[in-house]
Design a binder for this molecule. Structure first.
Ligand code: NAP
Length: 254
């Protein structure tokens, strides 16, 4: 579907890479020969993830990074700059969700703020802090890990596979906002050679979907399967798309 390359010596940062889909993205990028920086808000969890990837002979380095804490983001920029001098790939993966069933009509605004802080403002914070390092890359790529729940087209269709998921106040809207932001970044950065895209990994069996599974939804897809499309968009060749929204089968409607 999409032509990818294996960039030798490329440096990638994955946020929220200590578990779930982010860990699998980091592992798969490292297996492809990239140097991967594991962004994790808990230093010990970050070190453990990097150790697990290095044990398989790949190149991974932990950095402490909470996407809602600009001080940790600034320190991460300094560390990447000192160590590698540039950043080629940024995967904005860290994410959080409210429970499906946290109805808009009964929204807990503190919870809505928390979800938007991480899923939307966190992406602005990390991306803007990393951009100076990415301008030094010959082939900068940004991948925003979104969700089918962020697709207004899918969400508004009573026929869609997500129609049975109960309405929620925060997560779907946060991913729609992330999609909108993806388009704006792509527009701004296109003249500078950046490829910026949103992806949906599909419903995967991770901690994030525990509540959904407990509510009776069957999810058999693994985090590793979900990670594959993220890796594809992170390793796009020069003629790859920008300003798109993709799943493993191709374009997803906004
Ligand atoms: P997960 O297993 O719950 O992992 C979430 C990761 O994000 C963890 O590493 C977590 O770190 C990190 N994180 C959360 N808040 C953070 C913050 N403020 N700063 C830094 N890291 C933070 O979730 P997942 O299923 O792998 O989800 C990963 C991404 O895929 C999310 O953006 C999610 O919306 C998206 N997605 C998932 C699915 C799915 O079915 N699973 C479907 C569509 C999209 P801690 O370990 O420290 O909590």
């Amino acid at each position: 579907m999409i032509e990818t390359v294996t960039p030798t010596g490329a440096v990638a940062l994955v946020t929220g890479a200590n578990r779930g889909i982010g860990f699998q993205v980091a592992r798969q990028l490292a297996e492809r020969g990239l140097t991967v920086v594991i962004g994790a808000r808990d230093p010990e969890r970050g070190r453990a993830a990097a150790r697990a990837i290095r044990a398989a002979g790949a190149d991974a380095h932990p950095v402490t990074l909470d996407v809602t804490d600009p001080a940790t983001v600034r320190r991460a920029v300094g560390w990447i700059d000192e160590r590698f001098g540039r950043l080629d790939v940024l995967v904005n993966n860290a994410g959080t969700a409210d429970d499906p069933g946290h109805r808009p009509s009964a929204a807990d605004l503190d919870l809505v703020r928390e979800v938007f802080e991480t899923n939307v403002l966190g992406v602005l914070t990390v991306t803007n802090a990393m951009l100076p390092l990415m301008y030094r890359s010959a082939a900068p790529r940004i991948v925003n890990v979104s969700s089918g729940m962020g697709s207004l087209t899918i969400q508004s269709s009573p026929e869609s596979y997500l129609a049975k998921v109960p309405a929620a106040a925060a997560y779907p809207a946060s991913k729609s906002a992330l999609n909108a932001l993806t388009i704006q970044y792509a527009k701004e950065l296109r003249p500078h050679g950046f490829l910026v895209n949103a992806v949906t990994p599909g419903a995967c069996d991770t901690d994030l979907t525990k509540e959904l599974q407990e509510a009776g939804f069957t999810i058999t897809r693994t985090a590793a399967q979900g990670a594959a499309v993220v890796v594809r968009l992170a390793t796009l060749g020069p003629d790859g798309p920008t300003s798109g929204f993709f799943d493993e089968d191709g374009p997803v409607p906004w």
